[in-house]
Ligand binder design. Structure first.
Ligand SMILES: *Cc1c(COP(=O)(O)O)cnc(C)c1O
Length: 304
């Protein structure tokens, strides 16, 4: 896959709280990132951070002579959707190991995955927890043959390398970079790719997301081993706006998301980007960002 220089739109967000606190917030519309000239449908299903996380992994798989990609995920996983789509676009066979029991009719994610030719393999929750064990992998290899394993959430050194490019087209200076945080691969990539003077802040979409700091640190080490050292950067994970945990929401978050979408004409969803924008507004209200700060909030996609 050729890397291409693209300009991603930066959209200023006006909000009374931002004005009051003297900060400037711009949204990096990575959800509109220009993808390779695949069909419009394929591009829609791959837009956002999963494309950055997968592109170098797909190159690596091909270099290693793989023809099959295997990924794990829940029934509504954006990663499963993206891997299935990439497989169809780039000619890989794909296998999705799905947590839980099969349900008919299939939800839209799994329906799309099947349409892309993905083989769905359901694993009950108890066995799914053993997915990191060699015996579990061996059983999958017995059943499906040799495969390139896409890691949990798609996050590894190659994913960090891909997410490093997210900020590449931003020319104006900024003090803060924000993104939602599920496994931390996107945050790690932003940390590597941001101006060294800036600070990165990830918003955990999971309950008890303190472990994410260790995960991001490990991803940064893995990146450094493969691509060379990264100078000291300032970054953190905010764990206060998870709204009960992954894919959980509240009436307050739901109403924030629909209000935001109608006022700013930027589509959000409550799982990732909704929690980040809620968190940014809430932190601004508390005076967390010093007056005069310029923020770039990365819209990581997720709206299909
Ligand atoms: C998967 C996903 C994330 C989480 O990215 P991580 O690199 O796992 O932290 C954020 N936003 C959207 C829209 C996603 O689909």
């Amino acid at each position: 896959m050729m890397s291409q220089s693209v300009s991603v739109p930066l959209q200023t967000l006006t909000h009374p709280v931002f004005r009051q606190r003297g900060i400037e917030v711009k949204v990096l519309r990575d959800d509109l990132y220009r993808l390779p000239p695949w069909s419009e449908e394929v591009r829609q299903h791959l837009a956002g951070n999963k494309w950055h996380k997968l592109r170098y992994n797909a190159d690596q798989a091909r270099r290693e002579g793989h023809t099959t990609l295997l990924a794990f995920g829940g029934a509504y996983s954006n990663l499963i959707r993206a891997v299935a789509t990439l497989g169809q676009a780039e000619g890989f066979r794909t296998i999705g190991v799905i947590r839980g029991e099969p349900h008919e009719p299939l939800n839209p994610v799994l329906q799309w995955a099947c349409q892309c030719g993905m083989t769905l393999h359901y694993v009950d929750r108890t066995h799914y927890r053993q997915k990191h064990e060699p015996a579990f992998r061996d059983a999958l290899a017995q059943q499906f043959g040799r495969f390139y394993l896409i890691p949990e959430g798609g996050s590894n050194a190659l994913a960090v390398r891909g997410c490093r490019d997210i900020l590449a087209s931003v020319e104006e200076p900024y003090d803060w970079v924000c993104c939602p945080c599920g496994t931390g691969g996107t945050l790690a990539g932003l940390v590597v790719g941001m101006r060294p003077e800036a600070q990165a802040l990830g918003f955990s979409v999971l309950k008890g997301g303190d472990f994410l700091r260790d995960d991001v640190r490990q991803l940064l080490h893995a990146y450094a081993r493969q691509f060379g050292p990264v100078s000291d950067r300032s970054w953190d994970v905010c764990t206060a706006y998870h709204f009960g945990g992954y894919a959980r929401t509240t009436a307050e978050l739901t109403s924030f998301v629909s209000h935001f979408t109608s006022v700013h004409r930027i589509p959000l969803e409550p799982i990732y980007t909704g929690k980040m924008f809620y968190g940014i507004v809430a932190l601004a209200e508390k005076g967390f960002f010093p007056r005069g700060s310029a923020l770039v909030a990365v819209h990581t996609g997720g709206v299909f």
